[in-house]
Design a protein around this ligand. Structure first.
Ligand code: DX5
Ligand code: ZN
Length: 220
């Protein structure tokens, strides 16, 4: 079975020591950098924008997984490609013409992801799942780090996994929000492929050891 991936969320990093934290992720067992972009409209918070992503990308040596929590993401697809994003995930709830948006992301050479809010049913993906490289299931309401994990996520993962298998799709399932060493194993057992972890990694004493521990939990 393909190895399960860990994606530390830079939202929880120390922005005064951003290069140090990026280099910690580079030299750790983490697989991806998860980058949260919030516009204060789609979600009730503003994170950081293009200049900060540019600085991260200059030092990052692993896949850059960008999660856009913004309205009208089509306006910025090319910008995020030019900044070095490898994966670009847009919100299902923010896209009127999701199929067009997904094709535009792929045309810029990036992997295309779609994120679902906790209340959004996976059935809406039935006619697009084979076009998606990644589905990000939000296991908290997007907008902030450090929130509690929503337990209903497990059954969503199972239903999504069933849809992916039924359609013979190669889509990865990513879980974002409230991930820690107590729910990680259960998430991958339900069918998750990528776990995002912000606070659990960056608020820990030994961040590289926390990543290493998560990586071994999900791959045993
Ligand atoms: C929430 C973001 C998450 C967040 C996760 O809106 O999409 O990526 O950084 O943080 P934790 O792991 O602290 O819940
Ligand atoms: Zn995120």
């Amino acid at each position: 079975m393909a190895s399960k991936l860990i994606a530390p969320s830079i939202l929880a990093a120390d922005f005064g020591n951003l290069q140090r934290d990026v280099e910690m992720v580079n030299s750790s067992e983490a697989d991806w950098f998860h980058i949260d972009i919030m516009d204060g409209v789609f979600v009730p918070n503003i994170s950081f924008g293009m200049p900060v992503l540019k600085a991260i990308a200059e030092h990052a040596s692993k896949t850059i997984d960008v999660h856009l929590m913004i309205v009208d993401p089509d306006r910025y697809i090319k910008t995020f490609a030019d900044l070095g994003s490898n994966n670009l995930t847009v919100h299902f709830e923010a896209c009127t013409h999701l199929h067009r948006t997904v094709q535009a992301i792929k045309n810029e050479g990036m992997k295309a992801g779609v994120a679902l809010n906790p209340h959004t049913n996976i059935n809406g993906l039935e006619d697009i799942i084979t076009d998606l490289d990644l589905v990000c299931l939000m296991s908290v309401n997007p907008g902030f780090g450090g929130q509690s994990f929503i337990e209903n996520t497990y059954q969503k993962i199972e239903a999504l996994k069933e849809l992916i298998d039924k359609k013979n799709a190669a889509t990865l399932i990513e879980i974002d929000g409230g991930v820690n060493d107590r729910n990680a194993k259960k998430l991958v057992d339900a069918g998750a492929d990528v776990l995002v972890a912000g606070s659990f990694v960056f608020k820990s004493e030994d961040q590289a050891a926390t990543i290493s521990n998560l990586k071994s939990i999900v791959n045993t």
